[in-house]
Design a protein around this ligand. Structure first.
Ligand SMILES: [Zn+2]
Length: 299
């Protein structure tokens, strides 16, 4: 499970204790900056392998990027990790003497060093959240960036509504029956991809009740022994994935074809053979679904 914490940022910038620092210019001159750039949800990868530019404060001033598009993502000793959301046209001007490609975020997770993936995922999820919350839901005025990009505040003085990034709790469960586990696939997934069952938590239910309800809705199984295993933040859709194991006494599936295309029971031996023969594709190593399966395989 060495990839379970791939997106966890251990070098957060403490914007709470530095709340008077409203923008990069206010942070101080003694830092160098690692600067990441994102445009419409795609990250700038410079010269095929470089994910950030190293800058000083003056370099950043020259970039002339509006404060609302600046994000502070972390701090490593004397280096501030900054992210900037810019148009492709602006990016061409900033990187005028360098070749770059705007790269899909999942592809970045495959290409980038583990040490910078938390910053990339943080920039991706924050910019997406800002884009979806341009206006205040209470009064309709424009929201303004606050806490160095980590919150939004309504611009209306009479409202001043403050909001924080939305995170959706989502359960994901490995269902066991004696020496077998249940794998399922959604019709919209890429061909042959099989994973654990999962679903959103609804208002007025505990996580255990979500696990029970979703399992019954998707494959018609009644389960028990519902035990929490571990969790993972999933930056693509801002889900907090909460991983469980549970037991079913029955192997009889009533598959809900509106949600699930296929579901199969497999032993360890069958799983390894199906995967080796490429009859099925398992989730990416960094996904919590893979960690739940790997954890079971090692038992
Ligand atoms: Zn408002």
């Amino acid at each position: 499970m060495k990839y379970l914490h791939l997106f966890s940022n251990k070098n957060k910038f403490d914007y709470n204790s530095d709340s008077n620092k409203k923008n990069i210019e206010a942070i101080g001159n003694n830092y160098s900056y690692k600067c990441f750039f994102i445009s419409n949800g795609k990250l700038a990868v410079i010269s095929k392998e470089l994910f950030f530019l190293t800058c000083n404060k003056d370099d950043i001033k020259k970039l002339n990027i509006n404060q609302k598009n600046q994000y502070i993502l972390g701090k490593e000793k004397n280096t501030i990790i900054a992210g900037f959301s810019v148009s492709e046209g602006k990016l061409k001007k900033i990187l005028f003497n360098k070749s770059f490609t705007l790269t899909d975020i999942r592809e970045c997770f495959n290409l980038a060093k583990k040490t910078i993936i938390p910053y990339i995922s943080s920039l991706y999820s924050l910019t997406k959240w800002h884009k979806n919350n341009v206006f205040c839901a209470l009064c309709g005025s424009k929201n303004i960036s606050s806490d160095l990009g980590h919150s939004l505040k309504c611009s209306s003085i009479s409202c001043r509504n403050k909001i924080f990034p939305r995170i959706d709790p989502t359960v994901i469960m490995l269902i066991r029956n004696e020496d077998k586990i249940l794998l399922a696939r959604n019709a919209i997934w890429k061909k042959k991809l099989y994973s654990c069952l999962a679903g959103f938590s609804e208002p007025n239910e505990s996580l255990e009740e979500t696990v029970e309800r979703e399992t019954y809705e998707e494959v018609g199984l009644n389960i028990h022994n519902i035990n929490y295993k571990f969790s993972q933040f999933w930056p693509i859709s801002n889900n907090l994935m909460i991983g469980f194991e549970a037991t079913s006494n029955s192997l009889d599936l009533k598959i809900n074809r509106l949600e699930i295309e296929d579901a199969i029971w497999v032993t360890k031996k069958q799983l390894l053979k199906l995967s080796k023969d490429k009859e099925i594709i398992l989730p990416k190593k960094y996904a919590i679904a893979f960690c739940l399966i790997e954890n079971w395989l090692r038992k």
